[in-house]
Design a protein around this ligand. Sequence first.
Ligand code: GDP
Ligand code: MG
Length: 449
Amino acid sequence: MVMEGLGDSLRSTLKKIANAGNVDQALIKEVSRDIQRALIRADMNVRMVLELSKTIERRSLEEKPLPGMTNREHVIRIVHDELVRLLGEPRTIPLRKQVIMMVGLYGQGKTTTTGKLALHFKKKGMRVGVIAADVHRPAAHDQLEQLANKVQVMFYGQKGAKDAAKIVTDGLAELRKKCDVVIVDTAGRDKLEQSLIDEMKRIFEAAKPDEKFLVMDAAVGQQAESQARAFHEAVQVTGVIITKMDGTAKGGGALSAVAVTKAPVVFIGTGEHVDELEPLDPKRFIGRLLGMGDLEALLAKAQEAMGGQDAEKMARKMLTGRFTLNDMMAQLDMMGKMGPLSKVAQMLPGGLGANLQGKNMEGTQEKLKHFRVILDSMTKEEREEPSIIKSPRITRIARGSGRTSNEVRELLKYYETTKGMMKGLGSNRKMQAQLMRQLKFKGRGGEAA
Ligand code: GDP
Ligand code: MG
């Protein structure tokens, strides 16, 4: 199986990353070439493969690993991200009045999926009808009629008729008024033939479908791209459905179909039964393609680190930039997220931390709350340029916030201390790094004081 081959080579590539002690430029280039080779061997669009591997290379080198992630996790995550991106933005089929046309080669699962889709829309409270427009296989009419009966939706067919486009025209005249969603099942062929494409074009003209779903067996290999292209040129595919994802195939061929049609995978079929249709979960799909069990955990870690980036950005600014009262206000708001200031203070050099906690600031939540109220009563200008806050302003701020002038002064003193501290830290790279490390995994909603 070609796509299994792809999965295998991607897996071995990722293993290479996992086993490498160091991720450097040379390794990233090598990994990128491996991925290129694997994807091209799987008959994917060459230009697309080159683009993909270039992006992986560039991002791996340019982007810094998310906090807490090792270099190798960093590269694996990017490989994963980019493959997920290939799958396209997940798309939910809107619940509206519409005509849907199914296309695909013989045996890919069109008729079965027509029944599944009918049930899907019916469950959402829509009135559904199906039209049997496969005039090539005598049994096709009955197969769809049985499915329609099973899921209890309307059925239209002309047993024995030979003109598929006419069946569709007549069927739509009959069903359009009674149904919200009409799904047109069509014939396939064993392989791509002009007669099939011509037939699809005629049905397309007759049905004027809103959605055109290309149905592909997960086991589709090298032909995926040419199939997708032919159907896309005939009917302009709007979504890809991959069937038989319950089997052994990894569904990688879909990547080609998606790339060619620029239409996302909208559903996957996971069994023979009418209720075995699921929306695509790109992460799970790629995880399966890559065969990486620990991907989930890795991604969760990345997510967590991303959430912490606000806090990190804040902390970095505190350490390196100009520190204003606005920053301090943001810092107070962040407390819950990145851990209490007292904890930050504990990491400070010498007696500074203890000093800060003891004298200038009780470290109590109560005090922080008052500070927050006082800051609210200041003007933006005052917070940007605290040096302008002199006696008359202090009185006004105190009155506005319902606190005492002494408290306002205390806040200003606290600000000066913090600012000095930040400045000191800002020039001490080692301390900075250490502080950043310790702040990192406080993440979102980390424990409060
Ligand atoms: P068509 O020729 O494209 O209309 O394909 P059919 O709908 O007749 O399906 C061909 C075969 O694939 C049938 O035996 C179906 O039961 C089977 N099939 C379709 N979808 C799935 C699926 O998601 N999982 C499994 N295991 N079998 C499926
Ligand atoms: Mg069929």
